[in-house]
Design a protein around this ligand. Structure first.
Ligand SMILES: Nc1ncnc2c1ncn2[C@@H]1O[C@H](COP(=O)(O)OP(=O)(O)OP(=O)(O)O)[C@@H](O)[C@H]1O
Ligand SMILES: [Mg+2]
Length: 284
């Protein structure tokens, strides 16, 4: 059970003067249950790659298989039942006149009774923490955070095995962001495979189990957050940051000469300081 990508190439505007090779032969496998973050400089091909996972874009060359089934024009419906996609801008996927209708939209293809639809909508809106009182409002009257919740909710009603999100925390305030990341973690713990693109290295370090780094349409690093964020200089050459706490402790190690491990999560930093104090190493 996995998303298998074999030598995927994607060229936009083929055979025009604007032709652009956005993906240049990507091969990777994402196993069921993983929590994967894709990072990379702007224009490196992250969104293009994501959109292949549920057939929003089809390969120019190469292939994608979902649980062994190759994505083609003919099986998009069955693929999209398994693979839910949340767009970078929620406005791009919200179009019904009320919140309820918007969330329920994706269920039309399942031929459920009104009662079953209502149950699923209620279940998913509880998961994402969306207030039922918003159901009859127009989606266009909602705040950015509420819109994003509606967009995620509209994908979760279909119970996807794979959840793909393009910058799900962008534009949210810090509480909205924390809530969104906690929701994704909870979904992942319940068995949903989560794949997201993020520009926030702090967020990636906190939630992802695997980080894929892209550059110019290719994958240049693929490993655990610790493996990837240990490579500060290489990431910097790609104009990518490392998490704040990682940078802080690396600078501290440089200046103090203390031999301390790389930390990528805030809690690890706190634990490390406690350990250094307990060992008396901070007093030297
Ligand atoms: N519809 C399109 N038509 C032509 N070129 C495109 C199109 N969409 C993207 N591109 C080009 O393909 C390349 C990869 O774009 P993509 O949107 O996948 O990058 P990205 O890594 O998601 O960037 P960002 O971080 O800014 O969202 C870029 O050079 C972009 O200009
Ligand atoms: Mg993008």
């Amino acid at each position: 059970m996995s998303i298998l990508v074999k030598n995927l190439k994607h060229t936009y505007m083929r055979k025009t003067p604007f032709e652009k090779d956005a993906l240049k032969g990507i091969s990777l496998e994402i196993k069921k249950g993983e929590f994967v973050a894709i990072i990379g400089h702007t224009g490196s091909g992250k969104s293009t790659l994501l959109q292949h996972f549920n057939g929003l874009l089809l390969p120019t060359d190469g292939e994608i298989c979902i649980d062994g089934e190759r994505i083609t024009k003919k099986n998009l419906l069955s693929i999209r039942r398994k693979v839910g996609f949340v767009f970078q801008y929620p406005e791009h996927q919200l179009f019904e006149d009320t919140v309820y209708k918007d969330i329920a939209f994706g269920l039309k293809r399942f031929k459920l009774t009104d009662e079953e639809v209502r149950e699923r909508v209620l279940y998913a809106s509880k998961l994402v923490g969306l207030d039922e009182r918003l159901f009859e409002r127009s989606v266009f009257e909602l705040s950015g955070g509420e819109k994003r919740r509606v967009a995620v909710c509209g994908v979760l009603v279909s119970n996807p095995s794979y959840l793909i999100l393009d910058e799900p925390a962008s534009g949210l305030d810090s509480k909205g962001k924390r809530d969104m990341l906690a929701l994704l973690q909870k979904l992942n713990e319940s068995g949903v495979t989560v794949i997201l693109v993020s520009h926030s290295m702090d967020d990636v370090a906190e939630v992802a189990g695997r980080v894929i780094v892209m550059k110019d349409g290719a994958v240049v690093l693929d490993g655990t957050p610790l493996e990837v964020f240990s490579q500060r200089d290489y990431l910097s050459s790609l104009d990518l940051d490392i998490p704040e706490v990682t940078r802080m402790f690396m600078d501290f190690a440089d200046r103090s000469g203390l031999d301390i491990p790389v930390v990528i999560k805030k809690q690890e930093g706190v634990a490390l300081i406690r350990q250094l104090i307990a060992e008396g190493r901070l007093l030297k």
